[in-house]
Design a binder for this molecule. Sequence first.
Ligand code: ADP
Ligand code: MG
Ligand code: ZN
Length: 606
Amino acid sequence: MNEIKRPKTPLIFYYLIVLFVIMLVNALVMPRLAERAVQEVDYGTFMSMTEKQEIGKVQIQSNQILFTNKDNSTVYRTGLMDDPGLVERLYASGAEFTSEIIEQASPLVSFIFSWVLPIAIFVILGQFLSRKMMDKAGGGPGSLMFNMGKSNARVYVKSSDGIRFSDVEGVDEAENNLAEIVDYLHNPEKYREIGATMPKGVLLVGPPGTGKTMLAKAVAGEANVPFFSMSGSEFVEMFVGMGASKVRDLFRQAKEKAPCIVFIDEIDAIGQKRSGGSQIGGNDEREQTLNQLLTEMDGFEGNSGVIILAATNRPESLDPALTRPGRFDRQVPVELPDLKGREAILKIHAKKIKTTGDIDYSVIARMASGASGAELANIVNEAALRAVRDNRKAATQEDFEASIETVIAGYEKKSAILSDKEKHIVAYHEIGHALVAAMQTHSAPVQKITIIPRTSGALGYTLQVDEGDHYLMSKEELENKIATLTGGRAAEELVFGSVTTGASNDIEQATKLARSMVSRFGMSEDFDMVAMATVQDKYLGGDTSFSCSDDTQTKIDAEVIALVKQQHEKASKILADNRARLDELAKYLYEKESITGEEFMKILNA
Ligand code: ADP
Ligand code: MG
Ligand code: ZN
């Protein structure tokens, strides 16, 4: 896309320029003017002019003599000398003595230069700039002046590198949904004839990096119409009222350019639920901006040819007024890609790099379960970078697999040296996870175990990979997952008789899982199918908010603790029963630092 961006120059900048000009006039022009008005001459010249009767008016001051020529057009000045006959000679020459001071520069002239002129410059400049701005309003390039409160909407003009639907993979549902809008923009008559109006606003919702922004651009690319793009945070200005005026300006531009698409990215920045005004110091500016947006959306017809797209990761946080019919009445979910989608996204991004050609993308897609489109794009790039680091000309399967770890678990940090004892502990800890996982049915097979520390802070990790995609998890699977999470700590206890801080992340995950089982999935005996919690920001990892009495909360806590404890005991028992295998595997991992799932299974089944 050709992005033409209007530079955003603060108004104060232009005021400073004007101020500078005024100062320049005063500093440079004024003294010259005075100099020109009063000409400095030597006493000889004065005397000879007196002799030639060329003097008009004269005034003798205490330290200088001011005089003019006959037609009073020039004022001269000369120093005062001890000259006794001067007055008589002047009188004889016909000079007119004046008590009225011959001003060095006429007061009128100096007034004009120090006041009238700067103000005139100021006014003319202002008018010129504002006219220029008017001309360019509508988003053309180069409109720059006085645009505070003007939207910085960027116009994407169709160009050869425009994003198309074919560039976005793994979100077919969303694509189909948006294809209708493209069709409408292509032949609105078809819709008008039957009386159908397009939804005014379409809200793309989904986790970060799933291609929402990309989809919006693709709609513009396909429809071949102007594309105004603005991020929600750009509306929120320092000064109250500016955001609202930006919204107004954006919609004015859009109406002029219809049919067109207005895209508001990260709309939650302005679209959050309004506080109701009772708050002291509430975010007035944001609310005003939101109100203006609501007004503008009401202000035009559904078939005016302006389609508003918006994207957010936090649909729950949006003000209900935004999502009611007539505004953003259509929500298009843009979810994380499934196995097939991941494979397609990997392939499309891999086209941009050189590969050995024998890459099995389905294997990589399987390993990158849960990765977003953006993360997959990153994985491909990391693979290419890894190949370059090793001085190879093309990325290999191995590069891809290694880059999954880089992207998902942070960079390998070979320089951080673990002490021997620590390495032993981490090896047992990781094998603990893997062994518990392997000894239970209903748990994903181990793909890789490593004790090479990552920059993310993890000292090691065990990668489990599901076969295919998983949408439902049974109670047993969840319990086994908790057992697996406690397996690391259980191994430490069993072998070293003490515990370390290494399990903090496991503990956190196990607790979260157990809490969800009790409070959200209805997987405990006491609460049956009663939801005690709701998830907020489910696309951003999800924070649960609890909606129950303190009493119930206490009971939930008790159940959660019991659940985790039970699974912890189960894990300990599994490890104790398989102590010989645990030792053997831990030793192997300690030596190799990184082992594959196959190696693991071979030793396990030996
Ligand atoms: P979002 O707006 O949902 O957070 P973006 O649209 O900004 O995500 O995606 C960021 C980058 O990730 C894109 O530029 C693209 O390279 C890659 N990407 C994300 N989703 C997809 C997808 N579905 N297909 C292809 N590439 C994708
Ligand atoms: Mg985005
Ligand atoms: Zn662990």
